[in-house]
Design a protein around this ligand. Structure first.
Ligand SMILES: [Zn+2]
Length: 135
């Protein structure tokens, strides 16, 4: 039983489908971001994960991004994915939210990152940090 309960954590891919199989259009957004010259960590696999809400990089799979079906519909999906790529770029364990936000600003611009943040109930402190970033 313990094994069954721990499986979603150890193998999140079992609860996921490849983004490119779910939505070729959104896959294109992800692949374009992946190929940005600012991103130096190589090919990333993007998954739509059905057993959670949100977007994350799992420490066990540091070159894979998991996104829930609801987040796939996010109007600023590009910013969400750029943020997750920032966690990969700066290290899954070592990157802060601020590092990932900074990377999203690099890829998508400050205005777009702030617009995305205003939809997600992000703290004022984190928004102000983005406002003060250099583009
Ligand atoms: Zn983050």
């Amino acid at each position: 039983m313990v094994l069954l309960f721990s499986m979603p954590i150890l193998r999140p891919q079992l609860f996921s489908k490849k983004l490119c199989d779910v939505s070729p259009e959104k896959c294109q957004i992800a692949e374009t971001l992946n190929k940005s010259p600012q991103f130096t960590k190589g090919r990333v696999e993007f998954w739509v994960r059905y057993d959670f809400e949100g977007a994350l990089v799992d420490i066990l799979y540091p070159s894979e991004v998991f996104i829930s079906p609801s987040y796939l519909e996010h109007p600023y999906l590009d910013v969400v994915l750029a943020h997750e790529l920032g966690h990969i770029e700066y290290g899954v364990l070592s990157s802060s939210e601020s590092d990932a936000d900074r990377f999203a600003v690099k890829l998508r611009g400050k205005d777009r990152v702030l617009a995305a943040m205003s939809m997600d109930g992000i703290s004022e402190k984190r928004k102000n940090a983005v406002k003060n970033m250099k583009e």
